[in-house]
Write a protein that binds this ligand. Structure first.
Ligand code: AMP
Length: 543
C-alpha cells in the first residue's frame, strides 16, 4: 500500500523559491571580482536565476546538459547555479587550482557545453581555450563596463546576457533523481573522477547539514562560506543557507587574512567554514593587529585535520566554538561533525580538546563502519583502526562514465581513510589507507608518527612512509626536514619518540631531506616520497 501524501519532488530550485518566499530580504553580500562590496537578497537572487534559466533555455541548453563554472563564491555564481538547476541542466564546478591540462581533461570528459568564468581566470583560459573542445560559449561573470577584449569563443558579459531575458519563465519540473551537479575529485595518480550529485541527494544533504548537531545554522545566522563552491559544493552552504534563511556573505577572490577579517567584522558574520590553511592566515593576521571576533560564534574546520593549537586559539582566545568536520567530494561532502553529545558536553580544557581532535559523529543520512581488509566489522572502542566505509542518501554509488564497482557487497563506499570509532560514535581519522604502514599484518598509523615527530623542537616537517622489509613486509621510515640552521642525529629524533608509542611502531630509520614534496592542495605527496625511497635499505633489513 502506498502512502497518501503529495508527490513533491526534492528539487534544488525549490530551495531558492522557499528563500524568496520566506526570507526575501535576507542580505546576500559579496566581495565582487571587480572590487566593491555588492549587496542583494534572496528574492533578487531568485529573480535573476530565473533569467539565467530562461537565457540558458534560449541558448539550447537542455535537461542533462553540463554547464561549467570556473568561479569564486559570489552572488552571480549563486544565481548561475540556481538557473542551471532550474532547467534540469547540471552545474559543473571546475577547480581553478588544478593544472590547465587537468581542467581541459575534466571539461572534455564532462562534455560541458557552456562555461561561466570569473575575470580572474580569463588569461589562463585564453591560453588553453583550444583544449576546451566541447564549450560552445563562454559567459564572463561581469558587466559591459568591465568586459575585457577576449579571444574566448562567443564570449559575452553575464549582465548583457541575462539582460536579454525578462525573467517571465517557470522552472522546469522533473524527477528528483535527475542529476543536479558535478564535481571531479583530484586524484594524485589516476585521472580525476566525476561525482554526479542529484537534486534529491543535494536537498537531503542540505537538510542534514542544517541539523542542530551538524552545522546548526538558522535564519538568525550570517554565514560566510570561505570554502569555495568549486570545493565540494562549499560544503553544502550555497544550498543550506537559503534553505534555512541564513544571510550569506560571499568572499569572492580574496581569501587572505585581512580580507576575511574585514568581512567577518563588517558583515557581523556568526558562522563560517574553511580548511585549516585559511584559518592559519586569519589567526596570523589577528595576532598582528590585535583584533577580536566579537560576532563570530562558530567556525567549521575540515578538509584536513584541524591542528589542536588552532582549535584551542579560536576557543580560548577568541571565544569562537570550533566544529571539526570530515567529508569528501563523494559525500556531497559532509560525513561527520564534531558537535558535543551529552556524553562529552561537560568536558572542559584538554579533555574537551581531546574529543575535538576527532572528526566527529555522522548525522542522520550517513552510516559508518570500520572494517579490516576482509570487510569484517571492527569494534567501536576508540582504539582499533580500520578502513572507514560509508553509506547514505548523499554518497556516490558510481563515478561519471565509469563502470567500476565502488561499493562493497553491503552497499558501503570505501572512503580510503583509516579511522577509529569510539563507543559514542565519534570517528577519528588515523591515516589514508594507502599511507598506512602494514608491518607483519598489523597497521601503523603514519599520521600518528608524523605528529609525534613534528613535536621535536628541531623538526620543521615530517613524513612517514612504508619501506619494503624482508621480514615484516613494510617498516616505517621517518623522513624529516629540520628547522633552519638546525642539526640533529637519527638517534636524537628516535630517542624523543621512544616511550611515546608502542615499541613496534618506532621508525626503523630517519632520513634527513631538504624538502618534502606537496600536492596542489598542500597535502604531503607520499607517492613521490615512496618513489624516491623505493630502493632504500633499512638498517634492520639484514636482520
Ligand atoms: P576531498 O574530496 O578533496 O574533499 O578530500 C577528502 C579527503 O580529505 C578525505 O577522504 C580525508 O582524507 C581528507 N579530510 C577531509 N576532512 C578531514 C579532516 N577533518 N581531517 C582529516 N582528513 C580530512
Amino acid at each position: 500500500m502506498q502512502g497518501l501524501m503529495q508527490d513533491w519532488p526534492l528539487l534544488c530550485h525549490r530551495i531558492i523559491d522557499h528563500a524568496a518566499a520566506q526570507h526575501a530580504d535576507r542580505p546576500v553580500i559579496s566581495r565582487s571580482i571587480e572590487g566593491p562590496i555588492h549587496t542583494t537578497n534572496y528574492a533578487e537572487v531568485r529573480r535573476r536565476a530565473l533569467k539565467v534559466a530562461q537565457r540558458l533555455d534560449r541558448d539550447g541548453i537542455k535537461l542533462g546538459d553540463r554547464v561549467a563554472t570556473l568561479a569564486w563564491n559570489t552572488w552571480r555564481h549563486l544565481e548561475v547555479w540556481y538557473g542551471i538547476l532550474g532547467i534540469g541542466a547540471i552545474y559543473h564546478t571546475v577547480n581553478p587550482r588544478l593544472f590547465p591540462e587537468q581542467i581541459c581533461w575534466i571539461v572534455n570528459h564532462a562534455e560541458d557545453r557552456m562555461m561561466f568564468v570569473d575575470l580572474t581566470f580569463l588569461p589562463i583560459l585564453e591560453k588553453h581555450a583550444a583544449g576546451l573542445k566541447s564549450i560552445e560559449r563562454f559567459v564572463i561573470l561581469t558587466d559591459a563596463a568591465h568586459m575585457p577584449q577576449t579571444t574566448l569563443k562567443n564570449a559575452v558579459a553575464y549582465e548583457e546576457w541575462i539582460g536579454e531575458a525578462d525573467g517571465d519563465f517557470a522552472w522546469k519540473s522533473f524527477d528528483e533523481n535527475t542529476a543536479a551537479g558535478m564535481c571531479y575529485t583530484s586524484g594524485t595518480t589516476d585521472n580525476p573522477k566525476g561525482v554526479l550529485y542529484s537534486h534529491r541527494s543535494n536537498v537531503l544533504h542540505s537538510m542534514m547539514a542544517g541539523m542542530p548537531d551538524a552545522m546548526g545554522v538558522s535564519s538568525c545566522d550570517v554565514v560566510l562560506p570561505v570554502v569555495p563552491m568549486f570545493h565540494a559544493n562549499c560544503w553544502g552552504l550555497a544550498l543550506t543557507s537559503p534553505m534555512l534563511g541564513a544571510s550569506l556573505v560571499m568572499p569572492g577572490a580574496r581569501l587572505d587574512g585581512p580580507a576575511i577579517y574585514e568581512l567577518l567584522d563588517t558583515c557581523k558574520v556568526t558562522f563560517t567554514a574553511a580548511v585549516p590553511t585559511v584559518w592559519l592566515m586569519l589567526l596570523a593576521d589577528l595576532e598582528k593587529t590585535g583584533a577580536k571576533l566579537p560576532h563570530l560564534r562558530r567556525v567549521v574546520i575540515g578538509g584536513s585535520a584541524s591542528p589542536r593549537a588552532m582549535t584551542q586559539t579560536f576557543q580560548e582566545k577568541y571565544n569562537v566554538d570550533v566544529i571539526h568536520a570530515w567529508g569528501m567530494t563523494e559525500m556531497s561532502p559532509l560525513g561527520s561533525l564534531c558537535s558535543m553529545k551529552p556524553e562529552y558536553a561537560a568536558l572542559a580544557g584538554e579533555a574537551r580538546l581531546d574529543v575535538q581532535m576527532k572528526q566527529g559523529h555522522a548525522p542522520f543520512g550517513v552510516e559508518m563502519k570500520i572494517t579490516d581488509d576482509s570487510n569484517r566489522p571492527l569494534p567501536w572502542d576508540g582504539k582499533t583502526f580500520g578502513r572507514l566505509k560509508v553509506r547514505g542518501a548523499s554518497v556516490a554509488r558510481r563515478y561519471f562514465k565509469d563502470d567500476t564497482e565502488i561499493l562493497d557487497p553491503d552497499g558501503f563506499f570505501d572512503t580510503g581513510d583509516v579511522a577509529t570509532m569510539d563507543p559514542h560514535g565519534y570517528m577519528q581519522i588515523t591515516d589514508r589507507s594507502k599511507d598506512v604502514i602494514k608491518s607483519g599484518g598489523e597497521w601503523i598509523s603514519s599520521i600518528d608518527l608524523e605528529n609525534l615527530a613534528v613535536g621535536h623542537p628541531k623538526v620543521a616537517e615530517a613524513a612517514v612512509i612504508g619501506v619494503r622489509h624482508p621480514k615484516w613486509d613494510e617498516r616505517p621510515l621517518l623522513v624529516v626536514v629540520l628547522k633552519k640552521d638546525q642539526q640533529a642525529s637519527r638517534e636524537e629524533i628516535l630517542d624523543f619518540m621512544q616511550g611515546k608509542i608502542a615499541k613496534w611502531w618506532m621508525p626503523d630509520d630517519v632520513a634527513f631531506v631538504a624538502e618534502i614534496p606537496h600536492t596542489a592542495t598542500g597535502k604531503i605527496l607520499k607517492t613521490e616520497l615512496r618513489e624516491r625511497f623505493k630502493d632504500y635499505r633499512l638498517p634492520t633489513a639484514a636482520a
